[in-house]
Design a binder for this molecule. Sequence first.
Ligand code: ADP
Ligand code: MG
Length: 241
Amino acid sequence: MSTKPFQPLVVATNIEKTYRKGPVAVPVLKGVDMSVAKGELVSIIGQSGSGKSTLLHLLGTLDRPDAGEIHFEGNRIDNLAAAGRDVLRNRYIGLIFQFYHLLPELTAIENVLAPVMIRHSVLGYWAKRREYRERAKELLDTVGLGHRLNHKPRELSGGEMQRTAIARALIADPKLLLADEPTGNLDRETGEGILEVLRRLNTERGLSIIMVTHDPAIAAGADRTVNLVGGRVHTANQAAA
Ligand code: ADP
Ligand code: MG
């Protein structure tokens, strides 16, 4: 363990979430407590349907819990209105998913730039376009794709598409990266390559990362694993890797 004090980035307390399908209530999270410190790489593991994506979406303000509280850098975020959650997410949280969600007509570098193009007015983007392009190139370089800037998704392998998605998630310089099964669609070796990229972003840039996976081998690459069983955290702490 490091000697640095635990500086909480995200603290979730007693989180409950139930989905309702007509008259049927499906309780998924039944009082989840978890916190992530600045600079940590934490994995969330659990069986299919155990609520991993649900929890990640709540931490990423994509959805709201029925009960409990979520704090980000000391500020309560679970009760923000939708507009406030959008601002928080756009500024501080990067997201990657199992199926990349790249825009097929755009090149790798254009996909990485898409979030800032959407976020700024045309003039605002134009004024800073060189800076953003440099940043996008540097990020693609960091994830090992410096030689694929102008390739479209169909010209990239699965691992390369996920690397592009990671670069895109980082273009706005978020404090937290949330990854939902980032290796779930990749073979073992390619998946380990993605894990290495995440680990490097964590150690070299201090990026805090929460990574959902159902693969214990991938989860073991994190500093710590949160195990979801029956809607609760089963084993909160594991020795640091
Ligand atoms: P995991 O990511 O661990 O596989 P999820 O969080 O996706 O699990 O889902 C947990 C449970 O909640 C599953 O039983 C799933 O069917 C249900 N569920 C997820 N999203 C919804 C939704 N939008 N509406 C109703 N049920 C849902
Ligand atoms: Mg899931």
